[in-house]
Write a protein that binds this ligand. Structure first.
Ligand code: PEP
Ligand code: MN
Length: 343
């Protein structure tokens, strides 16, 4: 942390700031400059007092501004954990050489619909079956998902085909139920800052796929991951799914491709990209999926429906099965070109 004093700050004001830092158990270092004095802190600042100390110093007379040198999260950061997080869920390894493709319907509508999608995505090379049983919908009148019954279908179909599963949990009180049926818990974009949900998920030790909120800064997203990690979770996948768009005319959100290299630089956690919810338009999904792999994504989450026209949720952005199979073929040479693989 660096405290920049105002040019007209008095010697007493500088001393008072230094004393406040000492009172917090830390060692101030005065750095007189040509126009003004800056004060650094020699010792590491415990993360628990970082925000309150910074706020206290900002309000002191003579202080112009406070700058943070270290990031506000530690468990999610490469500053503290420099090596990539690599972990396996059953036979699937995240964060390694392989780009893991997760695919399936936005919502589980029936066992027959799920099975058709699952067989097709497995055949094309996907390793993880996605399918929403609890759907966070903008309107309370839209299809809300099959709930517990959907979870059972997901488990049955995935087990039959040798796939692992990812599905969303929307309520902290349902975390235990969802964990019983799934291999990876999805926390949706709308819930990125649902702190009780992040805590409840973090306490399960079930791997978590954490979507970035559409208006969330990367640091806010990593602080949300920190909630899960600080509760004991070590297996968090970060999922970029598009930010709030400037222009909604053509796409639902704006896929932040630059978030892939940025996030991978500052965090050791695997970064997954969801081009379906990002664009909201099926015909743009392949281009965005290719771009994500080229930019270094560790995985993709893609919505696939056997009959998108009849989908109860997110049909317009869902790929049909043949289009998904074609996309998988296109992705393999791209993965290879960037030193990765897709089976
Ligand atoms: C989804 O994956 O179907 C979903 C609801 O995504 P998001 O939370 O990114 O909107
Ligand atoms: Mn969806």
């Amino acid at each position: 942390m660096m405290i920049a004093m105002r040019a007209e700050a008095t010697l007493d004001e500088v001393k008072a700031v230094a004393q406040r830092i000492r009172d917090a158990g830390l060692t101030p270092v005065e750095l007189p400059g040509g126009e003004r004095t800056a004060i650094g802190i020699r010792s590491a600042i415990p993360v628990e007092i970082r925000d309150s100390l910074s706020a206290a110093l900002e309000t002191m007379p003579g202080v112009d501004h406070v700058t943070h040198i270290s990031r506000p999260y530690k468990l999610a950061s490469r500053e503290f954990y420099p090596r990539n997080t690599v972990f396996s869920v059953g036979p699937v390894t995240f964060g390694g050489d392989e780009v893991v493709v997760m695919a399936g319907p936005c919502a589980i509508e029936s066992e027959a619909q799920l099975r058709k999608a699952a067989e097709a995505v497995k055949q094309a090379g996907a390793k993880v079956l996605r399918g929403g049983a609890f759907k966070p919908r903008t309107s309370p009148y839209s299809f809300q998902g099959l709930g517990a019954e959907g979870l059972q279908m997901l488990r049955r179909v995935a087990d039959d085909l040798g796939l692992i599963t990812v599905t969303e949990v929307v309520d902290p009180s349902e975390v235990d139920l969802v964990v019983e049926y799934t291999d990876i818990l999805q926390i949706g974009a709308r819930n990125m800052q649902n702190f009780p949900l992040l805590i409840a998920a973090g306490e399960t030790r079930c791997p978590i796929l954490l979507k970035r909120g559409p208006s969330a800064a990367i640091d806010e997203w990593l602080l949300a991951a920190e909630y899960c990690l600080s509760r004991g979770s070590t297996q968090v996948l970060l999922c970029e799914r598009g930010t709030h768009p400037i222009d909604r005319t053509y796409t639902r959100h704006t896929l932040d491709i630059s978030a892939i290299p940025v996030t991978k630089e500052i965090s050791h956690l695997p970064v997954i990209v969801d081009p379906s919810n990002a664009t909201g338009v099926a015909r743009y999904v392949p281009a965005m999926a290719r771009a994500a792999v080229a930019a270094g994504a560790d995985g993709l989450l893609i919505e696939v429906h056997p009959d998108p026209v009849c989908a109860l949720c997110d049909g317009p952005q869902s790929l049909d099965c043949p289009t998904f199979a074609r996309l998988m073929k296109e992705l393999r040479p791209i993965a290879q070109a960037v030193g990765r693989s897709i089976e």
